[in-house]
Design a protein around this ligand. Structure first.
Ligand code: FE2
Ligand code: FE2
Length: 284
């Protein structure tokens, strides 16, 4: 990707790698289904992510912020960091969001609320390529989707969102990947991520409930389920990788119990969460 970078953020000029951008949206077929507004929105998100990557790449590893420095940024924003991505915009005002169909499916949510979903598609693609179980592939595909709704404790929220529709092992993997992200496991090939030094502070200590959850998981017979999600949980995006949801259609078909009434309208314990994602502009 050709990139020009100068010191002032306003002057940053980014050239979009068209192939990588289209791949990040799930391929040409997926892009053809998007209306103009959705495409513009997706491009904006893509540019924001690229900008974050560029800025991160400029930062020497020993220059990670402290917890105190991160806390000092709180009052510089009109929103809190934990707000779900459908509720805010990093740049200016939010846009009109495309309406969901009457009986929305998981695919509809991927297209209209979780998009571009680049990170989860890439994680699941890696899980598929390395021959992981279908439960783990599904968990990788869904593990961060709830970030559109809410960010703190996203492992627990995400597991709750999907639990009525997916295998127990996949829900377990989603719930606990959040905890295991804080703990390296050399044997499994998982290192503590630099990204966490950046977003939590280099001197951050996970709270007691996370430490307790880790202790529980270490002795759990399903420890490897969430651990494998962390192993596939990558930030880097390979511009040559073609990620899309189609390779997961069979796994979704076998393991995701799509309700005939549509997600949000089946009276499941998480139906209200799907409805909130569908209508983020509702005042109450
Ligand atoms: Fe996550
Ligand atoms: Fe992730």
């Amino acid at each position: 990707m050709g990139v020009a970078f100068s010191l002032s953020v306003q002057e940053v000029r980014m050239e979009v790698d068209r192939r990588a951008f289209i791949a990040s949206l799930g391929g040409v077929a997926a892009v053809n289904l998007m209306d103009h507004e959705a495409k513009a929105e997706a491009l904006e998100h893509y540019m924001e992510d690229k900008l974050d990557e560029m800025i991160a790449a400029q930062q020497p590893a020993d220059k990670f912020p402290t917890v105190a420095e991160i806390e000092a940024q709180i009052e510089t924003r009109p929103f809190r960091r934990g707000v779900g991505s459908v509720f805010t915009s990093n740049k200016g005002n939010v846009k009109i969001i495309e309406k969901m169909p009457d009986k929305p499916t998981l695919h509809d949510f991927f297209r209209l609320r979780f998009a571009p979903a680049n990170h989860v598609l890439q994680s699941a693609t890696r899980a598929l390529k390395t021959g992981m179980s279908e439960e783990v592939v599904l968990a990788c595909l869904l593990h961060d989707c709830v970030l559109s709704l809410i960010k703190p404790d996203h492992g627990w929220w995400g597991a709750q969102l999907f639990e009525p529709y997916i295998p127990e092992k996949s829900a377990f993997a989603i719930r606990y990947h959040q905890t295991l992200r804080f703990y390296a496991d050399d044997d499994a090939g998982y290192e503590y991520p630099d990204q966490y030094y950046r977003i939590f502070g280099h001197d951050y200590q996970p709270p007691q409930y996370i430490a307790d959850t880790y202790k529980m998981l270490k002795n759990h017979k399903w420890y490897m389920e969430p651990r494998l999600v962390t192993v596939n949980d990558l930030y880097a995006f390979d511009p040559n990788a073609k990620v899309s949801i189609e390779p997961f259609d069979d796994i979704i078909g076998r393991h995701f119990k799509q309700p005939k009434e549509g997600l949000g309208y089946d009276n499941s314990p998480s139906a209200h969460m799907w409805r909130t994602l569908a209508r983020p502009d509702n005042p109450l």
